[in-house]
Write a protein that binds this ligand. Structure first.
Ligand code: SAM
Length: 708
């Protein structure tokens, strides 16, 4: 820039008109330059949906012949017509100037969902495990997360308390795909593809988070942490973003000519009034603060470089301590630098100055006015006086500690004769603020991630699960005080987050619920061997080896039941914060779903309803009975929600709704806004009313366009 302005100045000197024109253009250009993270958005993003039946109008790819491991034709085609009897489709090449058509067997096609068409998501239940009585259900959804997040904007807008995600780290080692292709280390666009993928999902995630009080937690390593940090600031400009370093592999990964890597990073994006709860660990050391006996008073004397008098000129003043050591008589005023110190002390007192030597003068920790205010509140005390060593230690309580007295964490046990507080930690509140470097043995991903999965699912492997205890600790800081919290992980992988939430619930009898979303990808190596066995994505033998079906759902099931998929009790114990045999399991409920893509035409109301039924139940808090079918009586009232389909039966519906004890939502099916309003007014206060269109699927039409 400065070179350009220099050149413009030179041009002005030689040819004023040319210089002025150049300057005008330069100004216009530079005002258009946006600062921050600039990257190619790679529109549109697309995913293959191998299990979706092919329909007319769909965008599809032609699969390579079975048994081959080559990539095949990557071009996109549109299905012009279908010949069901012949099991064939007539295809037209998309976005091509030269018209090209061909007829292909429908079995050799895979539907491609581009992120620019409208989708009608539904959910099909694929199993459940229930040991939690009336507690809310955890859910695991097998889906492309972008589409599942879109569906959640209907069920959970502004309702999510915490999101924990561990996205692909973009390592270049076939750890994720963009538009069906692994993003390799030599891809020139690998950073912008990753950013485009993340930005799209974070923008929807933001719509789900409670704007007044929630947190987004994202883990990442050295490959993308710089870009992720900027992206988070850009998507959440009003939030407080903090990054911490977390040791997850103390042995280290050796790299040629590089430091051996032992840590990764965790971004905490605090939204609204999100409060960080203190805990018994500082996360850096082994110290257990819950074992602390006494509240620590701070020394008033400030030493070290930052404590030098010139850095704190207002904090050099005398304190007059009663000669018998029974307390402070009074506090003098600040002595400006260069001015003489007062020599006279009030009778019966000894003067105490901040520490000093021949060379240096230090300071007190606070200015005189603050010290006087603290004294009025009984928050300053004199320690053991030893006149022979001229030692008169003075201690004080910080405003933070005074706040903790007000909050009840620290209780006042009594007062000394001079009014000084006698304080102690209230039961269970010995805690500290966590530090920004975490070094916990419990966070070792190998021992408490990989090995844990081995115990839960013998013989099955998942690449790089997080340590269960690391996720538990990260979440605890923000959901400890929220026993009903809704937690979401949309890169759920092996399901560690759901497992951690169950552990947190057990520690305080909580009712937190976790929504886990993950796709059903098969690892790169296994894909090759499955292809060699003539299998394709979409075949049941292939899908059963996908992450969600093979790992996530069985892991959550094993954690709850305490049994491996073979029905054997899980070997080993949970460690650290809450130790008990893994075979005990958890008293929790979980249901498993697969996201479907419905078509608004040709689907009967009954079928359409059964696919959206889980969405209504999710919106009402995933608790209690679900209304899975359109009620024959015209209405139904379950535990947490009611459904009115036939307005002529409204009187009975309202009667039942008023009787229901824990009704949260009433869904009313009508195209008539006026009648909807009239009925809403007659429902009990506090019940949220939601109107559904009579053609069910139109309620769930999500413009799949890019918000980014
Ligand atoms: C790094 S892993 C998460 C591991 C997890 N934290 C654990 O402890 O097991 C990321 C996961 O996100 C899933 N994933 C990646 N892209 C996805 C997408 N677009 N939609 C849904 N899931 C996706 C992958 O299948 C992978 O299992």
């Amino acid at each position: 820039m400065s070179l350009l302005t220099d050149l413009i100045t030179k041009a002005k000197a030689q040819n004023p008109q040319l210089g002025a024109d150049l300057e005008r253009e330069f100004r216009a250009l530079s005002s258009r330059l946006s600062f921050g993270l600039n990257f190619e958005r790679h529109r549109p993003e697309a995913v293959e949906l191998p299990q979706r039946p092919v329909r007319r109008g769909d965008t599809v790819r032609i699969l390579p012949p079975r048994g081959t491991t080559t990539k095949g034709d990557q071009r996109l085609w549109v299905v012009e017509s279908l010949h069901k009897a012949k099991n064939a489709a007539v295809l037209r090449l998309m976005d091509s100037a030269a018209p090209e058509t061909q007829t292909v067997a429908t079995d050799d096609l895979v539907v491609v969902a581009e992120f620019r068409s409208t989708i009608y998501p539904g959910l099909i239940s694929t199993g459940k495990v229930s040991r939690g009585g009336g507690k809310p259900w955890h859910t695991v959804i097998s889906a492309e997360n972008y589409h599942a997040l879109k569906a959640l904007t209907w069920t959970h807008r502004g309702k999510v308390d915490a999101i924990y995600i561990d996205p692909p780290y973009n390592s270049g080692a076939r750890d994720w795909k963009y538009n069906n292709d692994y993003v390799e280390a030599d891809d020139l666009y690998r950073h912008s593809k990753w950013l485009a993928m993340m930005e799209r999902r974070l923008i929807i995630a933001k719509e789900l988070l409670n704007p007044t009080d929630s947190v987004l937690i994202v883990t990442i390593d050295e490959k993308e942490y710089l870009r992720l940090g900027l992206l988070l600031e850009q998507v959440f400009p009003e939030a407080n973003v903090q990054m911490i370093a977390s040791v997850i592999n103390p042995k280290g990964t050796a790299r040629a000519n590089e430091f051996s890597r032992i840590d990764e990073y965790i971004f905490f994006v605090k939204i609204g009034d999100a409060q960080l709860t203190r805990w018994k660990r500082d996360m850096l050391t082994d110290r257990d603060y819950s074992e602390d006996e006494d509240v620590r008073w701070r020394g008033l004397a400030r030493t070290g470089r930052k404590g030098l008098r010139p850095h704190n000129p207002g904090s050099w003043y005398p304190i007059y301590v009663k000669i018998d050591g029974s307390g402070i008589h009074s506090v003098g005023d600040t002595v400006p630098m260069g001015a003489p110190d007062p020599v006279k002390a009030p009778a019966g007192t000894v003067v105490v100055w901040p520490p000093s030597s021949d060379k240096q003068q230090y300071s007190w920790s606070v200015v005189p006015e603050t010290l006087r205010e603290l004294m009025r509140r009984g928050a300053v005390r004199v320690g053991r006086v030893d006149m022979s060593r001229k030692s008169v230690p003075i201690y004080y309580l910080s405003f933070n500690q005074l706040q903790r007295i007000e909050d009840g964490d620290i209780k006042i046990v009594g007062r000394a004769a001079d009014g000084t507080l006698d304080i102690a930690y209230a039961e269970g509140s010995r805690s500290t603020a966590p530090k920004t470097v975490w070094n916990m043995t419990s966070h070792d991903a190998g021992s408490h991630g990989t090995n844990l999965i081995r115990a839960l699912l013998p013989g099955r492997r998942f690449p790089f699960p997080k340590s269960l205890y690391a996720v538990e600790d990260a979440l605890r800081f923000f959901v400890k005080e929220k026993p009903e919290a809704v937690i979401l992980d949309f890169f759920a992988g092996s399901g560690t987050t759901a497992h951690a939430v169950m552990r947190l619930n057990r520690q305080d009898n909580g009712n937190r619920q976790c929504i886990s979303i993950t796709n059903n990808e098969v690892g790169a190596d296994e894909q090759k061997s499955l292809r060699e066995r003539s299998l394709r994505a979409g075949d049941s033998d292939w899908e059963s080896r996908g992450i969600c079906d093979y790992i996530t759902k069985p892991r959550v099931q094993a954690a709850i039941t305490g049994k491996t998929p073979d029905g054997e009790p899980i070997k080993g114990d949970y460690k650290f914060t809450d130790e008990f045999p893994m075979a005990d399991g958890f008293e929790e409920n979980a249901e498993f779903f697969t996201l479907t893509y419905e078509t608004p035409v040709g689907v009967s109301y009954q079928t359409a309803f059964s696919r959206i039924a889980p969405l209504l139940w999710l919106r009402a808090g995933s608790v209690g009975r679900r209304i899975d079918k359109l009620p024959a009586a015209g209405w139904d009232v379950a535990d947490s929600y009611g459904l009115l389909v036939d307005l002529d039966t409204a009187t009975d519906f309202l009667k039942a709704a008023r009787k229901a004890k824990s009704l949260r939502v009433a869904f009313i099916v009508t195209d008539d806004e006026r009648r909807f309003q009239a009925l809403s007014r007659r429902l009990p206060e506090g019940v949220e009313t939601v109107r559904l269109y009579e053609s069910y699927l139109t309620n769930f039409a999500f413009a799949n366009g890019d918000s980014a």
